[in-house]
Each structure stands twice: as structure tokens, then as C-alpha cells.
Ligand binder design. Structure first.
Ligand code: NAD
Length: 516
């Protein structure tokens, strides 16, 4: 069976359960560590596979193979590299539906949403195909008499990418197309919750003509992560995940002398001014709050309604929630639901506890998704869309990231009260303002302490030729993902100061013969 077929199949007995391997030296590598973790189909609750968890020997083998890959790949001409990138883009474009089905089978999101994540990743692949432009150095002729100064951008070597469960294709694609285009070799440690997308991408690279060892998938848990953080042969770490782990990654990788970018969690607010179009706001709040079951780092989780709009807006959101279909993201009878399950039962229970906390703290649960079951999928990890009104801003359910389909409303009296709440939070990933007042929007973009801002746009993920990254505890390090930041992160510069003797006079400066 192909990677696509095996990922989508569900094991029927213990004995059927296959172990998802690593990808080392240009092919699948079975693990001998004896350590595994279960991978679920979240819609059915069934274990579909076990994933290998690397031991020290496998970590070493992965890094050693990547080093060999780097030696070969970094010497490829730009033109040869570019033809591999174009092939990868063409293959991805032609076969992305296979990848979407793998994502849905292990993550649970609906297939059209999985296609959406692939498209956002593909944008970065497309940007990376134009990499020679980004790798050009600068040249200053005659900086001093007869002396030219110029710069080169060279790859780092072996680079590590550690990704979260919620975008198993897009988040790795924020980094690896640019890292590879720039001449590096990548070791990707995907989330152990949905590890098959990475293997599928690895096989695609092989088909596109990438030399062995340039793209490695190391399946694993903390042991594999720590192996990458501590290895002297890994030059940089690109991490995306929760804030406590992002901080740990940043500190540990820095201590080991690595370049590091570590993107963390979020709590994104939407500020709704009284002049906003409430039909548009309600549509966008529902899409941005409940799409992908809220498991997006750019999901909207708090609506700050500047009075007097809250009652009206809550009514409109409620109407829309009533129309949402929740079910198996793979669809049935050609019909796709609006929202799939959460990633695990453990995570579902954690989301549920946050709603309990909000309630205990005095919030009003307007729509309650706790205890939802889906007919025919009684063991799936479903949680219904939940709407909370009047959540106290002192509640942990307001302050912490829930990462589920839970939208909270805070009623505020003014723009100033709203922006004060956004700016006092510890995260600064994304935010949005909804208004028809250009002056208010302009003031908001200037004053808000957040990295990515939407104006009448709820999930402002920048296009590939800009860069993605938040502020405060949503990003540790100073390099964002992709765009110009990506090329800077995955290259290091050399500045060369050069003087050539004048061939006619053998003098240094070309005319006087005097050393200047
Ligand atoms: P996570 O932090 O649990 O895991 C991320 C990665 O770190 C995984 O590969 C995991 O194996 C590894 N990891 C987990 N615990 C570790 C430990 N103790 N030591 C070393 N490595 C460890 O995150 P997740 O649950 O997979 O993903 C959801 C989180 O990611 C949310 O907080 C979400 O906001 C965040 N996220 C942020 C962005 C962003 O751009 N800022 C994008 C996507 C997801």
C-alpha cells in the first residue's frame, strides 16, 4: 500500500496496527527503538497506527544522513536546485488531494480545510521556486580606492524543524521549501499525533529528484526533539507549538549555539466597533472561531463587543451555530460537514474543563458543546461549538489558550477598553478589528501590540511573500516564518573585502602605485 492508502486505512485488530517509520537516506526506515505512540482517527476514536519514537541511534542516523545530503545538495547549481523545486511544486499541485485525505484521517479536520492548509503551504513552495533572487548578495564597487566589498549568502547546513499537530503539512511547508532552496538539508520532527503527512511529502521530494538525505523525517517525542536541540551538527531550529515548549526550545537551542525561531500559542481577539456590519462580523466570527474546530493558532477565541452591539451580535452568532454540521471530516455520501472532531479525547476533555471553569467563574454558556456525540461516530473526539457570554477577564478560560471550538464574548464600553484588554494579554499572535471607520482601523493597527492584524479580515495569515509571526509569547526569537525573514533565517552572510592588483602597473589601486 502507498503512504496515502495506509494512512487512510483503519486498523481492525491489534495485530494489524502498522508502525509508521522514519524517512532516512531517501526512503522509509523501520524503527528498532521498540518505542511507539498511538495515532488515532479522531472521527472514529480508533487507533489507526502506531508511530515510531526515535531512540539515540536513530537520531544520530538521521542527522548523519542529513549531513551527507547537505554535502551533495549545497554543491548543486542554483539552476539544478530550481528544477527540483519546480518538480516538487508540480507534483504537489497534481496530487494534493491525497495529502488532504491523509491529514483528515489523522487530524480530523474536514477535507476542504485540509486542502486549504496545503494551498497555504504551496504558496511558500511557489515563493521558494524564485529563490535565486533572494540569495543574491550585494556589491559595492570601489568602497575604498581599488577595493570592492560584496556579500554572499550561504546555507547553514543541517536545519531542524519541529512541528505541531494542527497543521501537519502547512507548518512544515512554512520552512522547508525555503530551507531546501537555500541549500540546506532538513530534518523534520513532525507531531507524533499526525505523522503521515510528513512521510508523504518526503516521498514526493524523492520523486521530484531531491538527493537522498536532504529531506529527513525523524518520528519521535521529546527524546528526538532534545537530540536535535543538542546536536552540534544541527545549525538551526524552527519550532511551532505551544508557548511553554516554544520557550523551552528557544532557551535550549540557544544554549547549544543554534539559530532559533520558536512560534508559540495564541489568544486572538476580534474587536467589534458599533459601526461594524454585524452580519459580516457574525459570519467571520463563526468561521474563525469554529473552523478546524478552533485548532488554529490564528483562530479567533474572544470577541470584544463594543456596546451596544453585544446582544444583537450574540443572536446572529447563535443562529449560525445552529446551522453548523459536525461530523467525520472525510464526509459521507458526498456531503462534507462544517467541523470535524478534536485531535484526541484527552484534548477534548481539556477543552471541556475550560468551559467548566468559565461557568464556575460566572460566565453565561449561551451554546454548550460539552458532551456532544455524533451518530455513527459515538467514540469520536467531538466537541460542539460553544459560545460563552460575559466571561470574566480574570478567568483562566479567558486568559489561557483553549484551542477548541469555544468563542467567548467580552462586553466592553469603548475602543480604549478593548485595546487595553488585547494589549494586556501575554500573547500577541493575531487580532482583528471590524469597523467601517478607516480612522479607527488606522489607529488600531498603530496601537495594538500584536504581530498580525486583520482589518475586517478575521484570520490575517500573511501571504508567502510577507512573513508570519506574532509578538510577545507567541514568538521567541527574532525571525518570523517564510517571506524575506525565511531567507534570512536559512542563510548566513559572508562579507568580502577584495583588492586586485592592476594588471598594467602591478600597483594596488590601479593608478598611483601607492598603497592607500
Ligand atoms: P506542542 O507544543 O504540544 O507540540 C509541538 C511539538 O513539540 C511536537 O512536535 C511535539 O512532539 C513537541 N513536544 C511536545 N512536548 C515536548 C517537550 N516537552 N519537549 C520537547 N518537545 C516537545 O503543540 P501542539 O499541541 O502539537 O500544537 C498546538 C499548539 O501549537 C497551540 O498552542 C498552537 O497555538 C500552537 N501553534 C502556533 C502556531 C503559530 O504560528 N504561532 C501555529 C500552529 C500552532
Amino acid at each position: 500500500m502507498s503512504i496515502a492508502e495506509t494512512a487512510v486505512a483503519t486498523a481492525t485488530t491489534e495485530a494489524d496496527v502498522r508502525v509508521i517509520p522514519h524517512w532516512i537516506d531517501g526512503g522509509e526506515r523501520a524503527s528498532t527503538s521498540g518505542r511507539t505512540a498511538p495515532v488515532y482517527n479522531p472521527a472514529t476514536g480508533a487507533v489507526s497506527a502506531q508511530v515510531a519514537l526515535a531512540d539515540e541511534a536513530e537520531i544520530d542516523a538521521a542527522i548523519a544522513s542529513a549531513l551527507r545530503g547537505y554535502e551533495v545538495w549545497s554543491q548543486f547549481s542554483l539552476a539544478r536546485r530550481q528544477s527540483v523545486l519546480f518538480s516538487f511544486r508540480e507534483l504537489l499541485n497534481a496530487r494534493k488531494r491525497e495529502l488532504a485525505e491523509i491529514i483528515t484521517a489523522e487530524h480530523g479536520k474536514v477535507v476542504s480545510d485540509a486542502m486549504g492548509e496545503i494551498l497555504r503551504g504551496q504558496e511558500v513552495v511557489e515563493l521558494a521556486t524564485g529563490f535565486p533572487h533572494f540569495l543574491k548578495g550585494a556589491f559595492s564597487e570601489n568602497a575604498s580606492s581599488g577595493i570592492d566589498v560584496y556579500s554572499l549568502k550561504q546555507p547553514l547546513g543541517v536545519v531542524g524543524i519541529i512541528s505541531p499537530f494542527n497543521f501537519p503539512a502547512m507548518v512544515p511547508m512554512w520552512f522547508f521549501p525555503i530551507a531546501i532552496a537555500a541549500g540546506n538539508a532538513v530534518v523534520l520532527k513532525p507531531s507524533e499525533k499526525d505523522p503521515s503527512a510528513a512521510l508523504w511529502l518526503a516521498a514526493l521530494w524523492r520523486e521530484a529528484g531531491l538527493p537522498d538525505g536532504v529531506f529527513t523525517v525523524l518520528q519521535g517525542d521529546k527524546l528526538a526533539v532534545d537530540g536535535l536541540l543538542e546536536s552540534p551538527d544541527v545549525s538551526s531550529i524552527s519550532f511551532v507549538g505551544s508557548t511553554p515548549i516554544a520557550q523551552y526550545i528557544y532557551e535550549t537551542a540557544s544554549k547549544h549555539g543554534k539559530r532559533v525561531q520558536a512560534l508559540g500559542g495564541a489568544k486572538n481577539h476580534m474587536l467589534v466597533l458599533p459601526d461594524a456590519d454585524l452580519e459580516l462580523v457574525a459570519d467571520q466570527a463563526v468561521n474563525a472561531g469554529y473552523g478546524a474546530a478552533g485548532e488554529r493558532c490564528m483562530a479567533i477565541s474572544v470577541v470584544l463587543a463594543v456596546e451596544p452591539v453585544a446582544d444583537d451580535l450574540i443572536g446572529k452568532i447563535q443562529e449560525r451555530i445552529a446551522r453548523l454540521r459536525i461530523g467525520n471530516g472525510a464526509g459521507a455520501d458526498g456531503i462534507e460537514p462544517d467541523m470535524g472532531p478534536l485531535i484526541t479525547d484527552v484534548h477534548r476533555d481539556k477543552v471541556s474543563e475550560y468551559v467548566d471553569i468559565a461557568e464556575a467563574d460566572g460566565a453565561r454558556i449561551v451554546v454548550d458543546g460539552r458532551g456532544l456525540t455524533v451518530e455513527g461516530h459515538e467514540d469520536g473526539f467531538f466537541f460542539g461549538p460553544t459560545l460563552i457570554d460575559d466571561i470574566p477577564t480574570t478567568s483562566r478560560a479567558y486568559q489561557e489558550e483553549i484551542f477548541g471550538p469555544v468563542l467567548s464574548v467580552v462586553r466592553v464600553q469603548s475602543y480604549d477598553e478593548g485595546i487595553e484588554l488585547i494589549n494586556s494579554g501575554r500573547f500577541g499572535n493575531g487580532t482583528a478589528i471590524f469597523t467601517n471607520d478607516g480612522g479607527a482601523a488606522r489607529r488600531f493597527q498603530n496601537e495594538v501590540q500584536v504581530g498580525m492584524i486583520g482589518i475586517n479580515v478575521p484570520i490575517p495569515v500573511p501571504v508567502a511573500y510577507h512573513s508570519f509571526g506574532g509578538w510577545k509569547q507567541s514568538l521567541f526569537g527574532d525571525a518570523k516564518a517564510y517571506g524575506a525573514h525565511g531567507f534570512d533565517f536559512f542563510t548566513r552572510e559572508k562579507a568580502i573585502t577584495s583588492r586586485w592588483l592592476d594588471p598594467a602597473t602591478r600597483s594596488h589601486s590601479g593608478h598611483t602605485g601607492i598603497n592607500l
